[in-house]
Design a protein around this ligand. Structure first.
Ligand code: BES
Ligand code: ZN
Ligand code: ZN
Length: 493
């Protein structure tokens, strides 16, 4: 994808060159040495048609340069520069290139000496992620629409060739995000529990540090993963329980377990979802996609940490065999659960996965990711995920990773007094706690299955899936959490 040319004057030709500008009090100011582009880009600057505001673009046709076209790109005010603003600006350039169906472009870096508070590697992060994250399409099922042309070759201008390793890192991470998006976007009838199991095995086959274990239905019954089994009863497809491990620090006992909700389609079960609430429910395995892809990405980056994805996966279908509201089921932990609502299925399969992980996997910490509640969307909308944790330090680190990746988390309380909402008169606990603070009671339900282990729950129901694109997030599956977790894992000690 990438090549690097340190000096603008030594660049090779391409279909378009992207050149950055700062927004200044006297108009736009070049953010790097203009050299032979100067003549071409002067008119829009002289006419004040281009101010250099963040994400502002103008297309200029050049006669005295080796490229025919230059896209001048606004980075906003120099003093406001940040990794995220670079992501946003360079993503805008990719969108222009996509509209023009270009596949080979050159991209000029803002001059490093001018970046001030930003370190060179942070500039590389912002520019590379801005270029790579929107360079994605999901049109596999559209046979009539015109195909989006993706960028195939990008010449980076203005950084040293020795930075290629750094660039490759962001390429691997973007690949991980795209992998998660593909899993989320695929038809529910294609991306089944078995499909996720095979995907995990493929990851294991690709990396020597990775192993995969997939429990089939028989093994799930044998292991007494009874809540996962209960949810799976209404589906024609068998459930699976996936354990995917990257051992990057074999001598260390430190072990991060990522539990991902893998409901491949959520009809709601016998408490059937109404029309209008079901149509996007193939996204209900977004947590699983993120956990799986994070382990794959950790392996690709050779991260020196031990991380395991634990994925309980099933469809929440509807059938004569379905599990029933009002009935009581017992899962791995031995706690009996009254089913207040079959649509609160995510917490049931997560309960089994968390209890299993505590008992069998010696976790130092557990982080679960789940499209768990509509209430998290009501509280925080579609650009924030809700964070709950029983460990201040873990919460702090996750909030930091969220800020660094701009996959932003907002902490909500595990307010103990609301445990009373989960009381059952027939079982140890009820799986629903009423409408009010629905994402808090869901998190409190999960807390019953983590024991004393350091744990965080991230409700990604809001950001996991978008009805229209937002900046470098595409429509449909976002792959939310992969970048956040890679940041988190990279910063472990
Ligand atoms: N998968 C849904 C949550 C969801 C809703 C995710 C919208 C993404 C978009 C979950 O299984 C669910 O249905 N939760 C119920 C729980 C309720 C019955 C206690 C909800 O949030 O309404
Ligand atoms: Zn549900
Ligand atoms: Zn669900």
């Amino acid at each position: 994808m990438f090549s690097i040319t340190a000096d603008l004057k030594k660049r090779k030709t391409s279909e378009l060159i992207v050149f950055p500008f700062w927004e200044g009090p006297k108009g736009a100011k070049p953010a790097a040495d203009l050299a032979d582009l100067k003549k071409g880009v002067k008119p829009p600057l002289d006419e004040k048609d281009f101010q250099g505001e963040l994400k502002e673009t103008a297309l200029v046709y050049l006669s005295s340069s080796i490229e025919k076209r230059c896209l001048i790109l606004g980075l906003g005010k120099h003093g406001d520069v940040s990794v995220e603003r670079l992501r946003q600006a360079y993503a805008e350039a990719v969108k222009v290139a996509q509209q023009m169906a270009l596949s080979k472009i050159s991209v000029v870096f803002p001059s490093i000496v001018e970046l001030g508070s930003l370190k060179e590697n942070e500039a590389i992060e912002g520019v590379c992620e801005g270029l790579l994250l929107p360079n994605y399409r999901w049109e596999d099922l559209q046979t009539l629409a015109e195909e989006t042309i993706l960028l195939k070759k990008i010449q980076l201008i203005g950084i040293l060739p020795k930075k290629m390793n750094e660039v490759k890192k962001w390429e691997a991470i973007a690949e991980g995000v795209h992998f998660a998006r593909d899993l989320i976007n695929g038809n529910a009838d294609d991306v089944t529990p078995q499909f996720l199991g095979s995907a995990a095995k493929k990851v294991a086959a690709s990396f020597s540090t990775v192993t995969a274990t997939v429990f089939d239905k028989k093994r799930i019954l044998k292991e007494k993963l009874g809540l996962l089994e209960a949810v799976s009863r209404g589906s024609a497809k068998d459930p699976a329980f996936i354990i995917l491990s990257h051992k990057g620090a074999p001598k260390s006992k430190d072990h991060t377990v990522l539990v991902g909700k893998g409901v491949t389609y959520d009809t709601g079960g016998l408490n059937l979802k109404p029309t209008g609430s079901m149509e996007t429910m193939r996204d209900d395995m977004s947590g699983a996609a993120t956990a799986l892809s994070t382990v794959a990405t950790a392996a690709a980056l050779k991260l020196k940490c031990n991380v395991t994805a634990v994925i309980p996966t099933t469809e929440n279908g509807i059938d004569a065999k379905s599990f029933k509201p009002g009935d009581v089921y017992t899962g791995y932990s031995g706690m009996s659960v009254e089913i207040g609502n079959t649509d609160a299925e995510g917490r049931l399969i997560l309960a089994d996965a968390l209890a299993y992980s505590v008992k069998k996997l010696k976790p130092t910490r557990m982080i679960d990711l789940a499209t768990l509640t509509g209430a998290a969307i009501v509280a925080l909308g579609h650009e924030l995920a809700a964070l709950f944790s029983n460990d201040e330090k873990l919460a702090e680190k996750l909030l930091d990773a969220g800020e660094a990746s701009s996959e932003t988390l907002w902490r909500l309380p595990l307010f103990a007094s609301y445990n009373k909402k989960l009381k059952s008169s027939v079982a140890d606990i009820n799986n629903t706690g009423g409408r009010a603070a629905g994402c808090v009671t869901a998190a409190l339900f999960l807390q019953n299955f983590v024991g004393k282990v350091s744990w965080a729950h991230i409700d990604i129901a809001g950001p996991a899936f978008q009805s229209s694109e937002i900046g470098y997030w595409p429509k449909n599956g976002v792959g939310f959490g992969v970048r956040l977790l890679v940041h988190f894992l990279s910063n472990l000690k």
